[in-house]
Ligand binder design. Structure first.
Ligand SMILES: [Zn+2]
Length: 229
């Protein structure tokens, strides 16, 4: 039986040999050493970059190899990449977010989950302490993929798209996503979490777009319940 299994697996790997997710070089499960070398680690930190988000940390600029990896994970189903990229998210968590109460991956809508087979944000959480990872948010409706929209359209597209599940009042939450660009997704998720009672929402991403973010408005655009002390 085992022999048959291993024969079958060698047959499939001959048909579909593992390839580097970035350059396509055959013989590598995730990313080849050359591409790994080109993946420059650079800490990006944004304080209150956008409404409802307290801070963002990412370990790569959303450029070149890092951007290729984000796209490969999301659109080419390179699920093995989740483990590799999740190592960076684990480093972000350990260095900057170890004091949070729990970790919430940005959810995708159930119909997209059915089609894609996995949530890329959840696959980045696989190396984090599993007891702390929760499904704290639900995506209540399908939205147009953000990549096709302008910054303003992105914010409107996502308004009210997330609902927080019951969370303890005053808790500190770490939101995990693959990439932080305009911040519209993180902002909507953080709004739902703060409306449900979170006192702090930090964001850990594999990569972030290098740019100056506007400081969040003094008075949020939405009413928030008063946080319990
Ligand atoms: Zn490569």
């Amino acid at each position: 039986m085992n022999e048959a299994k291993s024969l079958l697996s060698s047959f499939f790997s001959a048909l579909y040999p593992p390839k580097c997710a970035v350059c396509g070089l055959v013989g590598f499960e995730e990313v080849c050493p050359q591409c790994k070398q080109e993946l420059i680690r650079e800490e990006l930190h944004f304080i209150q970059p956008i409404a409802f988000v307290d801070e963002v940390w990412a370990f790569h600029a959303y450029e070149q190899t890092a951007a290729e990896m984000v796209k490969a994970l999301k659109y080419h189903r390179e699920t093995a990449l989740g483990q590799c990229m999740g190592g960076d998210v684990l480093d972000v968590y350990t260095a900057h977010f170890a004091s949070v109460d729990f970790i919430v991956p940005v959810p995708i809508h159930r119909s997209r989950l059915a089609r894609r087979g996995f949530n890329q944000a959840a696959s980045l959480c696989t190396r984090l302490p599993q007891a702390m990872v929760r499904e704290g948010l639900v995506r209540t409706r399908r939205t147009t993929p953000q990549v096709h929209l302008s910054a303003e359209e992105r914010a409107n597209n996502l308004e009210g798209a997330f609902e927080a599940l019951a969370i303890p009042k005053g808790c500190r939450v770490l939101l995990v996503d693959d990439v932080f660009t305009t911040g519209a997704t993180a902002s909507e998720c953080a709004r739902a979490l703060k409306q449900a009672g979170a006192s702090y929402v930090g964001v850990a991403c594999f990569a972030a777009k290098r740019r100056d973010f506007p400081v969040s408005p003094a008075s949020p655009a939405y009413d928030l319940p008063e946080a319990d002390q």
